[in-house]
Design a protein. Structure first.
Length: 476
């Protein structure tokens, strides 16, 4: 989850108006919180409650790959250029330039090798990738800073298609697309299995907003805001409509309907679940996707145990009268990883249970899930499994980030996802992560972190760093 506060120190006059891609604007204005859209689908709400609808007048769309001059105040102008971020529909990087400053804000990004090669030859970035100019700073998606390689998206899709092709031709699959960014997977599955993908009305509305028809003239063309839009929602060829891969029809083999309102076909016991992970690790284990990089309740939400700090761990363990050692080990491991623990619960199913009942259910679920994961990793299965995992990270690995930064050789890098106490404990810094790839040797974030560490040491002289509660961002 991003800990960036949104303030770009190089351009402090950027305020009020929100500039974004056209696709982001259309999606954002239609987003609904999970309880609201589920209650609407069940008929408990008469009208949709769109969370960000009130922002319609401050969201200003900009085209991709097109430099745009924006006046911040009289006599103060900047030039802004958006680039696709290879993350999800509408996700964009921002190049912000003035006469004497230039920064690149990546937002969430997957900097695969092909993507970096494409960026390096973009005409609007050629000055910076060729060394003619130098970026003052890259504001970088640092969701992952461990030196672990990830499989590319292409490798992940190839693995998935190979796995699903082994199942009988009448097998029904449910793909848990829990957030945006898996659209290429839908398209690939649909083409390979020769089946459309059933999605709920909410997803159809969201993706349908990515195309429009400016004119009702007979041979007018649809305008699509993202490259994947025609394949998802269909298009017109002359006066002939061509369907996309997404459909409201339940009688298909592929499903991505919302778990809280899953259709009868997808709920069948024989349905095979397709679940993305971030990567296959060298140890043979899986790096799970849930809880990384935000957006966990964009399209689908289920109960999960929030990232625990040491204090929360102690409080939770004390709630269990007969806490077994296995449970303690599972929770302690969760603290060390810094990620949420998926519980495979529909969050609305917890409403009728007391705290004590939920705690007991939680204990059983955590231990059983841990045992199941170990068993799957160690034994494997000769028969076709009921759950298919495939690697498909929407965020960059650390080696990919290094490739990206090295392409630009900026003066400085600012991390947009940071746990200050974890960085202090592990001795992590911008200098250690990216210093060798930068043209400068002074890093603003490291200066702030040193100040943060000094203040912490003064305020907590008798405590070790590893007893700290994780903060979202360093105090200013």
């Amino acid at each position: 989850m991003s800990t960036f506060n949104g303030i770009v120190s190089e351009f402090p006059d950027i305020r009020t108006i929100v500039y974004c891609s056209a696709a982001t604007r259309e999606i954002l204005l239609r987003l609904e919180r999970y309880p609201c859209r589920i209650n609407y689908a069940k008929g408990l709400l008469e009208a949709r409650q769109q969370t960000y609808k009130h922002l319609s007048k401050v969201l200003k769309p900009l085209p991709l790959d097109t430099p745009t001059t924006i006046e911040l105040r009289p006599g103060c102008e900047i030039q802004v250029t958006l680039f696709d971020a290879n993350h999800c529909p509408g996700a964009a990087m921002f190049l912000i330039e003035s006469d004497n400053k230039a920064i690149l804000y990546t937002g969430d990004i997957r900097s695969e090798p092909w993507f970096v090669n494409t960026i390096s030859r973009n005409p609007n970035l050629a000055e910076y990738t060729s060394g003619l100019k130098t970026l003052d700073k890259i504001y970088l998606d640092t969701s992952f800073t461990e030196d672990v390689p990830f499989q590319t998206k292409a490798q992940g899709i190839a693995e998935l298609l190979c796995k699903v092709s082994k199942y009988p031709s009448d097998t029904v699959f449910h793909f848990q697309a829990w957030t945006y960014g898996y659209e290429d997977v839908w398209v690939a599955l649909s083409k390979t299995l020769k089946s459309q993908v059933h999605v709920d009305d909410y997803k159809l509305r969201i993706y349908g907003s990515l195309k429009s028809r400016p004119s009702e003239a007979r041979f007018s063309s649809d305008v699509h805001l993202t490259p994947e839009s025609p394949a998802l929602t269909g298009h017109m060829c002359g006066n002939t409509p061509h369907q996309g891969c997404l459909t409201p029809n339940e009688n298909v083999r592929l499903h991505s309907c919302e778990k809280g309102a899953m259709c009868e076909v997808a709920r069948r016991p024989s349905t095979v679940t397709i679940q993305p992970i971030i990567a296959h690790l060298p140890t043979g284990q899986h790096l799970a996707e849930v809880g990384v990089g935000g957006g966990g309740d964009d399209l689908q939400r289920e109960a999960e145990l929030d990232f625990l700090d040491q204090a929360s761990l102690a409080t939770l363990v004390n709630l269990f009268v007969d806490t077994i050692q296995a449970l303690k080990e599972v929770l302690t491991q969760a603290v060390s990883t810094g990620r949420n623990i998926p519980l495979d619960w529909d969050i609305t199913s917890l409403d009728n249970h007391s705290v004590q009942e939920i705690v007991q259910m939680l204990a059983e679920r955590l231990v059983n899930s841990s045992k199941k994961a170990v068993a799957e990793d160690v034994t494997g299965q000769a028969e076709l499994p009921k759950t298919i995992h495939f690697p498909y990270s929407r965020h960059s690995s650390y080696p990919e980030l290094c490739h990206f930064v090295d392409t630009f050789r900026p003066k400085d890098v600012w991390p947009c996802t940071v746990s200050p106490t974890e960085w202090m404990r592990n001795g992590t810094s911008i200098a250690s992560l990216f210093g060798r790839l930068c043209s400068g040797d002074e890093f603003d974030h490291d200066i702030i972190m040193r100040s943060f560490a000094e203040r912490y040491a003064l305020n907590n002289p008798h405590q070790r760093h590893d007893s700290q509660t994780t903060a979202d961002s360093p105090p200013s």
